[in-house]
Design a protein around this ligand. Structure first.
Ligand code: KG4
Ligand code: ZN
Length: 354
């Protein structure tokens, strides 16, 4: 393709209402022209987690203005766009419907092509926007909804190497925080409390670690944390810090050990090729986990790429970029495309079980 493409991206699959405009130049490089995100954290805080119905209603209320803000910030109108991309799943179905239906309406009204995006693909391809990473690479996605290792071979070409059999890692942080009476979202609260805690005080389990697979399990850890808290009840603030530090130490060990194994598998599959290891999702912001992943990557001679936090968490730019990559390959979707609550990146995958 000879001309730059200008893509509008819409993201509404969880609790961020987001829209962005991204440009893709013919050499394959990308530029974020605007990126507007409205977090719903304040609306869900009182419930200690995202309430799907509230999220969907809030997307309905705010999405039009967010899209307009993204266009205004980019200084463009609908006429200037090459295509309109929106997350079509996986995610909270009410929210996904709001974004996808809006994109269909805009596409219908403007005549601009529609591109339906898998949210996981958007996370997976972000490192190509930020760092120009070339295929193939290994991605670890650790967010509130997902904990997966994915071999990214090309646009639309993925192998899922591991996933969680119960809670996602961010969800485990959120549940730990709720259990200990800390705020929502839990990850940052647990990390802050852990900073002044002793991570060796409570011996928490490292589920599945002895098994030769790349799956995660975090629900047993949550139960162990509850039992540890009960064993010292009533908890004081030092107990809470020690519990958080012990929890964080356990999940850091798990993520590091699994990543070591995943990188070994990558190197065996692509011998003589320096492994590229991309980390995405909100949990990538955790400094203890980040430091451990850096050590693992260094020891394996792998190149670690962590996009900036604002692009690791949910946003419209990643959706626009995935749209741009698909647009460049000639992909267009028709209005029959549906919103999907579940949509594995690797359609051949069999769900992991205990
Ligand atoms: O990617 P994200 O913004 O949203 C989706 O789930 O798609 O991830 C949010 C998750 C929440 O569960 C939050 O607790 C977790 O990322 N998180 C963290 C940290 N910051 C956010 N977990 C651990 N440590 C952090 N510093
Ligand atoms: Zn996400």
């Amino acid at each position: 393709m000879d001309n730059p493409a200008l893509i509008l991206g819409i993201e509404t699959s969880c609790d961020e209402t987001a829209a962005a405009v991204v440009r893709r130049d013919p050499d394959g490089s990308g530029t974020i022209v605007s990126n507007v995100v409205r977090s719903q954290i304040a609306e869900h805080e009182a419930f200690g987690g995202v309430v799907p119905e509230l999220a969907a209603r809030s997307h309905v209320i705010h999405l039009d203005a967010i899209i307009q803000a993204a266009l205004d910030e980019a200084g463009v109108g609908f006429d200037d766009l090459s295509a309109i991309a929106a997350t079509a799943g996986p995610g909270l179905i009410g929210g996904v419907l709001v974004g996808l239906t809006t994109a269909k309406a805009l596409s219908s009204a403007t005549g601009k092509p529609l591109i339906a995006i898998n949210h996981l693909e958007a996370h997976a391809l972000t490192a190509r926007l930020t760092d120009g990473v070339e295929f193939p690479y290994l991605m670890l996605l650790v967010s509130g909804g997902h904990s997966q290792f994915v071999l990214v071979k090309g646009v639309g070409s993925y192998e899922r190497w591991g996933t969680t059999i119960d809670d996602a890692l961010g969800e485990a942080f959120d549940k730990a925080a709720k259990l200990l009476g800390l705020g929502y979202p839990g990850g940052p609260a647990v990390e802050a409390a852990a900073a002044s805690g002793d991570g060796t005080r409570f011996a928490l389990p490292r589920p599945l670690l002895k098994e030769d697979r790349l799956d995660f399990s975090f629900s047993g850890l949550k139960t162990a944390l509850r039992l540890a808290a009960e064993s010292v009840a009533p908890v004081n603030s030092q107990d809470i810090s020690d519990l958080c530090a012990s929890f964080q130490a356990a999940v850091t060990d798990i993520v590091a050990a699994r990543s070591r194994k995943a990188l070994e598998r990558f190197s065996a599959r692509f011998p003589g090729f320096p492994a590229r290891f991309v980390v995405a999702g909100g949990v990538a912001a955790n400094r203890a986990i980040g430091a451990a992943l850096r050590d693992v990557a260094d020891a394996a001679g792998a190149h670690l790429i962590v996009p900036p936090p604002a692009l690791c968490t949910d946003n419209g730019a990643m959706v626009a970029w995935a749209g741009a990559e698909r647009f460049a390959l000639g992909v267009r979707d028709d209005f029959g495309v549906i919103a999907r609550p579940r949509w594995p990146l690797d359609e051949t995958i069999v769900e992991a079980t205990a």
